[in-house]
Design a protein around this ligand. Structure first.
Ligand code: ADP
Length: 633
């Protein structure tokens, strides 16, 4: 990757994705250019947090200078703007890794998959935190001067780039630790070279930053600003979450979210509380308004920021939130944990368990509240995160019922893929005599909606939940009842509609089972090991046959999902059910010559109808053609 070298100065090429990113950012985020300052201040603040944390174990890192701050200055003549921090700084290797590549592989993959139009969408770009590179929105040259805390003065590093294809890097002497970023402004950006303008931007986007953001004091004199030889703190510089709720404006909550959530959009909702009692802690938890691109990547970092008595301890403390709430962002600040707490300790800590329980309860409360009082927002939440929340039904035994109450489903009532119906609503409109909650699972909404198993339910006007999310099989294998109503698959076991059928219907069914005994036996012999049993059914009105799973077997859909995921599925034979009123079935009663072909076709089409794959598709096609030809004769 080296393209040229002088004595100690090297020129390196950016990773391809960085080049693309730079190009797009400069062109698409231009209208929102002020955010560059927020990004750089945010990085500076993180660097100070990191130093404070590392110094807990190694005081020498402070180099006898424990003050942590961020300083913003500008030079009108040179047309430069400088953001300096007294944080952790970077070594040469860190500079190359952090400012030459996009380190997070998930980000890189996501980025490379975006289409041209998507790439122009500032919101999408914002989702993966462009951070440092946003400097190039306003600058045509950026130099970074940095030294890692605790290193010798000759370990300073200078990085420089014009945002094209490459950057230069060289070792320099630097007395002070921390990082200084100088932006050489593009043509037309001169309004940024004014104290009041910078103060305005800082107050707007970075007021909540915990470290003081310092600027040289200015005084209005004789019709212009004069700089004084004195610094002042521009931001509020106190931990937002530590202030009381009524002192915090909605705007401040939103602004803080953008910092902790690495998001450009406003959050959907939040909950801020101080908890006292056995455990004392403050939590400020946010629900984002859109899912991050790596929501389903189990390796992706997630979780919230952990502080102990306002000292930053770690990012992505996943132990503070259950997996199924991995979309939650925010801060927990504990009054009780030791400052030297590590990830390993977190895993076993009883205190953390109590905090996690508390946080989980708060988020569930927040969601119930939204579901009740702001249906539109809740629908948005469900669309973005519903599938993740559903995982909780199997993961969080204690809160299972609460999570189930928050779930929303597509059903046969509306027949659209939109998931809007709650179990409560379903129960409230159950038919007279209906005692169970019926559902069908399939691997797509259309397969669920058109499933032959629904025929009798449609005929009788009984609502059925249409489940086609991957996680749904997991949901129904963990959720057996809701408010004392059993959840029952329409494709499993014998169909007992209880009081939904009258005595005459039941009698008729028994009669048909007798009448068709010879035929079902004959089909069973013909299909042999392919099926466990062949029987007459009353669940069908239009289709000749369908497959059902035994009461205690796994469903066909689940078996297919497991196979697709490369897992071994237990080999359960299905039950073939035939419709005694269907002409094809009636026709079969008189068939002697080609009985085996008819039986095989009956089985194969039932398998196809529920979204299964044929063992021998060519055989199926051949049989169909043969039968068609004979019909034509
Ligand atoms: P992100 O902050 O989302 O990780 P950035 O592109 O903004 O992405 O920064 C990349 C990395 O560069 C940071 O994670 C951090 O390690 C490092 N970095 C950026 N700015 C600073 C700074 N002022 N001091 C120390 N390290 C920094």
């Amino acid at each position: 990757m080296t393209t040229s070298t002088t004595a100690s100065r090297e020129t390196l090429g950016f990773q391809t994705e960085v080049k693309q990113l730079l190009h797009l950012m400069i062109h698409s985020l231009y209208s929102n250019r002020e955010i560059f300052l927020r990004e750089l201040i945010s990085n500076a603040s993180d660097a100070c947090d990191k130093l404070r944390f590392e110094a807990l174990h190694n005081d020498a890192l402070y180099e006898n200078q424990s003050e942590l701050n961020i300083r913003i200055s500008f030079d009108k003549d040179a047309r430069t703007l400088t953001i300096a921090d007294s944080g952790i700084g970077m070594s040469r290797d860190e500079v190359i890794a952090n400012l030459g590549t996009i380190a997070k592989s998930g980000t890189r993959d996501f980025f490379s998959k975006l289409s041209g139009d998507q790439q122009k969408d500032a919101n999408l770009i914002g989702q993966f935190g462009v951070g440092f590179y946003s400097a190039f929105i306003v600058a045509d040259k950026v130099s970074v001067l940095t030294r890692r805390a605790g290193e010798k003065a000759d370990q300073g590093v200078r990085w420089e780039s014009d945002g094209g294809g490459e950057f230069s890097i060289e070792m320099v002497d630097r007395a002070t630790r921390g990082t200084e970023i100088t932006l050489h402004l593009r043509e037309g950006q001169d309004d940024l070279l004014a104290g009041y303008k910078l103060r305005e931007i800082i107050k707007k986007y970075s007021n909540h930053i915990v470290q003081p953001i310092l600027m040289q004091k200015e005084e209005w004199k004789d019709g212009k600003y004069e700089t004084l030889d004195e610094d002042e703190t521009v931001n509020q510089a106190s931990a937002l979450w530590a202030r009381s709720k009524n002192e915090i404006t909605e705007e401040q909550y939103k602004e803080f979210y953008k910092h902790v959530g690495h998001d450009y959009d406003d959050p959907l909702a939040w909950s801020h509380a101080r908890v006292e009692g056995k455990q004392e802690y403050t939590q400020l938890l946010y629900i984002p308004s859109h899912a991050p691109f790596d929501l389903y990547d189990r390796q992706a970092r997630h979780g919230i920021k952990l502080y102990v008595r306002r000292v930053f301890i770690m990012d992505d403390a996943e132990q503070l939130m259950p997996q199924y709430m991995r979309f939650v962002r925010g801060v927990v600040d504990s009054a009780d944990l030791p400052l030297n707490v590590s990830r390993e300790i977190l895993q076993e800590s009883k205190d953390i368990e109590a905090i996690r329980k508390g946080c989980t309860g708060k988020v569930l409360g927040l969601l119930s509240d939204l579901a009740e009082n702001d249906k539109e927002k809740y629908a948005k939440f469900w669309g973005e995160f519903g599938q993740v929340l559903k995982e909780g039904v199997g993961e969080d035994f204690v809160n299972k019922d609460k999570i189930a109450a928050l779930m929303r489903f597509a059903t046969t009532k509306a027949d659209t893929a939109e998931q809007t119906v709650s179990l409560k609503e379903y129960i409230a409109r159950m038919k007279d005599g209906q005692e169970k909650i019926y559902f069908v699972t399939a691997d797509s909404f259309n397969a669920a909606k058109n499933s032959p198993h629904l025929e009798v339910f449609r005929k009788k006007g009984i609502e059925v939940l249409l489940l086609s999310d991957r996680v749904d099989e997991w949901v129904v294998s963990n959720l057996h009842e809701f408010e004392s109503k059993q959840l029952v698959s329409v494709a499993k076991g014998g169909l007992d509609l209880g009081a939904l059928e009258d005595a005459a219907e039941k009698q008729e069914q028994e009669k048909q089972a007798d009448e068709f005994k010879d035929l079902t036996d004959k089909i069973k012999t013909s299909l042999a090991d392919k099926v466990k049993e062949v029987r007459v059914t009353h669940r069908l009105t239009d289709s000749p046959a369908c497959l059902v799973a035994g009461e205690h077997d796994i469903s066909g859909n689940l078996a297919r999902l497991m196979k697709a995921a490369g897992q071994k599925a237990p080999n359960a034979q299905p039950i073939l059910e035939i419709n005694p009123r269907h002409p094809v079935v009636l026709r079969l009663q008189d068939e002697n010559v080609r009985f085996d072909d008819w039986a095989a076709v009956l089985f194969d089409q039932a398998l196809l109808a529920e979204g299964g794959q044929l063992d021998d598709p060519a055989g199926f096609v051949k049989r169909i053609n043969q039968l068609m030809l004979e019909m034509g004769k």
